[in-house]
Ligand binder design. Structure first.
Ligand code: ZN
Ligand code: ZN
Length: 448
């Protein structure tokens, strides 16, 4: 039932995309037709990648597959690029194609999947299971669409190799590991990426979105994704018998109060004009009903659009945790421990590059298929490749939603399954076709 509906919607979208491309011949008259010819092979690639997801820092097979495909297309490929902070090697892939002197363009795809058990019921769904960092057995799924991004990258790689006479300069294609844990871009740069392969003049990437219809892209200059800080808070107390709380300091009650007071940091202490989200996503404590434990571990995720707001909220978290502990009479040597585990940058699109690429996308897809992008509070580490904005970079949204379902959802207010949902299922054929067409047109423009 679901598959039939999808097939119908799909043919409709392809017809729309084809007619839009037909009206708009610039910049490469045969681009859309060429991409259409690749679609059957790219669909197979997409399904292969979707069925074989790998967790962050475990992208062995995925990176080998990507490297092999890029080698077949004539790229000079280097594998295992990247070094994590603990010294272990990353599975980054760098594929280079050079022509005469000219601009240098870096295009990046992520390769990692998520510890999510797929529940789409699709015939190409992932059934793989793996072990996460905590040693728990988990399902693994490309619930963020990185399989779609890799497929589009391979499509672009083929188009650019076939069109070598139409561009100048250097094309650097990056398969990045460990995006979901914010470590991959950092690891590749730490392994002297730019010393070894040269610094690019532009950084281009895409991310699929269930808020944009498949067949379209959405693009804008300025901030697109928030900066992130992952913070652990250990609330310490004094353990005792559950029947005698007066003999201990109960960290479960203290941690509960901390979670509630933490909700007022953004709502009461931060300028409402400055976006921020603070979520407590993990709360672990205790072993038995009648035992008051001596500590509770909390995991927090903070999203902001500027460093000073991030710094202020982290200071507020420390002050709130310490202040509450003192009010509870927790001894000075048992005050809470607040640890910032990792931070990631804000993703800011270069205004001039975004406007240039928006016009290119309009030429390639037709203006009805290029939307104004919306900034969101999710985060990305692609901004690291721009060396904190020194190199112009753009990430655009690649539409992944069934257009009919999206229109319905906008009317009803009931959201479609989002990225990271076990039900996330991009409408892959029009998304792949649109992604390859738009990104190839952008690459040809930037390497004019
Ligand atoms: Zn993700
Ligand atoms: Zn993602």
């Amino acid at each position: 039932m679901l598959i039939k509906k999808r097939a119908l919607a799909l043919s409709g979208v392809l017809a729309i995309a084809a007619s839009a491309a037909g009206q708009n011949t610039a910049p490469a008259p045969d681009l859309s037709a060429d991409v259409q010819q690749q679609l059957t092979a790219l669909t197979e690639t997409y399904k292969h990648l979707h069925r074989n997801p790998e967790l962050s820092r475990h992208e062995e097979k995925t990176s080998a597959f990507l490297a092999e495909e890029l080698r077949k297309l004539g790229y000079s490929v280097t594998e295992h690029v990247g070094r994590y902070t603990d010294g272990s090697q990353a599975d980054g892939v760098v594929a280079v194609m050079e022509d005469s002197p000219g601009p240098r363009l870096l295009i990046r795809t992520e390769m990692d999947a998520l510890p999510v058990e797929e529940k789409t019921g699709l015939n190409y769904a992932s059934t793989l299971r793996s072990t996460n960092e905590q040693g728990q057995e988990v399902g693994v799924m490309h619930a963020c669409g990185h399989d779609l991004h890799m497929t589009v990258l391979l499509g672009v790689a083929r188009e650019m190799a076939a069109r070598k006479s139409q561009w100048h300069g250097t094309l650097i294609l990056i398969g990045q590991p460990a995006e979901e844990i914010g470590q991959g871009a950092k690891a590749m740069l730490a392994d002297h990426l730019y010393d070894r392969f040269g610094q690019p003049d532009f950084v281009l990437s895409e991310h699929d979105s269930n808020d944009v219809p498949a067949g379209s892209v959405a693009i804008k200059g300025g901030p697109l994704l928030a900066g992130v800080a992952s913070i652990d808070v250990t609330i310490r107390g004094l353990g005792s018998h559950g029947s005698a709380p007066q003999e201990g300091k109960d960290p479960i009650v203290l941690a509960s109060e901390f979670v509630l007071v933490a909700q007022t940091i953004v709502s009461r202490q931060i300028d409402p004009q400055r976006a921020a989200v603070l979520t407590v996503g993990m709360f672990h404590g205790g072993t038995k009903n009648n035992v008051i434990p001596d500590e509770v571990k909390l995991g927090l995720s903070l999203r902001t659009y500027s460093q000073d707001v991030q710094d202020q909220i982290i200071a507020d978290i420390r002050r709130t945790a310490n202040g509450l502990a003192e009010a509870y009479g927790v001894p000075a040597d048992r005050l809470p421990i607040v640890t910032v585990l990792s931070t990631g940058p804000v993703t800011v699109n270069d205004d001039a590059m975004a406007e240039r690429l928006r016009q290119t996308a309009v030429s390639a897809l037709g203006k009805d298929h290029v939307e104004q992008a919306r900034a969101i509070m999710a985060s990305e580490d692609v901004g690291r490749f721009t060396l904190d904005g020194k190199i112009p970079g753009v990430m655009y949204w690649l539409g992944a939603a069934d257009p009919e379902k999206l229109a319905e959802s906008r009317k009803s207010g009931v959201a479609l399954p989002s990225l990271h949902s076990p039900l996330f299922a991009p409408l892959y054929a029009p998304a792949i076709k649109t992604g390859v067409t738009a990104m190839t047109a952008m690459a040809l423009d930037l390497l004019k």
